[in-house]
Design a protein around this ligand. Structure first.
Ligand code: OGA
Ligand code: NI
Length: 354
């Protein structure tokens, strides 16, 4: 063993204790009864209560017995490994650019040089978003998925996976809707022309794990995220009760679900979108596959009518999801040097901690 850099020792001492015991980690929710749901049963009511509790206290939970076949997931996990193992030259053939935000990128080529990862983004549906963040410009563009030549089954495997994970997304949206005291299908209409997309993340081993993060602290901007992580682990969630970073222990075949900014706004802050980040590993590479569930570009996001009233007035002004999305993508690509657009910019009253 060589000498340990004193800066590293200090950092280790200041690391939050990893307290992921059963009682302190994010909740694990069993969805098996959804294969034959009886909405009036105590079991079903208990499930809705668990979703409500987890969304309110953590903003994060894991689901098991979710209905996505393990073979479908194994196939896409293998395709991700095969794709990222290609020479950079080959991966660069499907590199994203300023016009089209789908494709391959590594963080060497964006302003976000601190994230230690490479990414492949695509959608399987045709997705339109505004060309420009300017409110008066109504032009739309289609985002085009780019498919690599290798592995040859990439597209087919991805389409099969999205088909399954999308079914899970509707089950979750319905449970969340019920948990907010709304009709089961209240949220479904927002996803008719959805702008959801799938991302493959590859976090290579990092020689100085104390200096980098796989992904820095952030909140997800969309409605829901459905994440498949492998057995390496690295995802940490900021616990609402005390602000500690809590390690999310990999559970084989489970999905990690988090509510994004849009559900925070729809629920008028009842379910908050929670910060999370990814630690890198010095020895093992890590793969993760999030599915970002996003509404149609023309959706005006605002607290739902049934939720706001005199005692609970709307905490946000309506904002257009397509414009929000395009503003984010544009500023991620260009080094604008300005703060990224955030939902709190649409708060009706600013609180002191913002
Ligand atoms: C993300 C994210 C977590 C992970 O891509 O937004 O939070 O474990 N990823 O890769
Ligand atoms: Ni995230």
């Amino acid at each position: 063993m060589g000498e340990v850099d004193p800066a590293f020792i200090q950092d280790v001492e200041h690391r939050p204790k990893l307290t992921n015991t059963e009682s302190e980690g994010i909740p694990i929710i069993d969805l098996s009864i959804l294969s034959s749901p009886e909405p009036d049963s105590d079991e079903f009511r208990r499930l809705v209560a668990e979703i409500s509790d987890a969304s309110e206290k953590w903003g994060f939970f894991q689901v098991i017995n979710h209905g996505v076949p393990s073979e479908t997931r194994q196939k896409i996990e293998l395709a991700a490994r095969q794709f990222f193992a290609l020479p950079k030259e080959e991966k660069s053939k499907v590199r994203r650019d300023e016009v089209n935000p789908y494709g391959y990128y590594d963080t060497e080529h964006t302003k976000n040089v601190r994230d230690w990862k490479e990414v492949f983004d695509f959608s399987v549906e045709s997705t339109f978003i505004p060309v420009s963040p300017e409110p008066d410009d109504e032009a739309l563009k289609e985002m085009i998925s780019q498919w690599p030549e290798y592995p040859p089954e990439m597209r087919e495997v991805c389409e099969e996976y999205v088909h399954e994970v999308q079914k899970l997304s509707y089950k979750l949206l319905e449970l969340i809707s019920l948990s907010l005291g709304l009709p089961e299908k209240r949220l479904n209409g927002f996803f008719k022309d959805q702008t959801s997309f799938l991302r493959m993340n590859h976090y290579p081993p990092c020689p100085s794990p104390h200096l980098a993060l796989g992904v820095g602290r952030h909140k997800d901007a969309g409605a829901l995220t459905i994440l498949a992580q492998d057995d390496v682990g690295g995802l940490e969630v900021k616990r609402k009760t005390d602000g500690e970073w809590v390690f999310v222990k990999p559970t084989p075949d489970a999905y990690i679900i988090n509510v994004g900014d849009i559900i925070q706004v729809w629920s008028n802050d009842k379910y908050e979108s929670v910060e999370h980040r990814v630690k890198v590993n010095s020895e093992r590479e890590r793969f993760s596959i999030p599915f970002f569930v996003n509404p149609a570009h023309y959706t005006w996001v605002q607290p739902l009518d049934e939720i706001v009233n005199e005692e609970n007035p709307a905490k946000y002004k309506p904002y257009n999801w397509g414009k929000f999305f395009t503003t984010r993508k544009t500023s991620n690509y260009k080094k604008l040097g300005v703060e990224n657009i955030q939902i709190y910019h649409f708060k009706t009253t600013k609180s002191s901690d913002e």
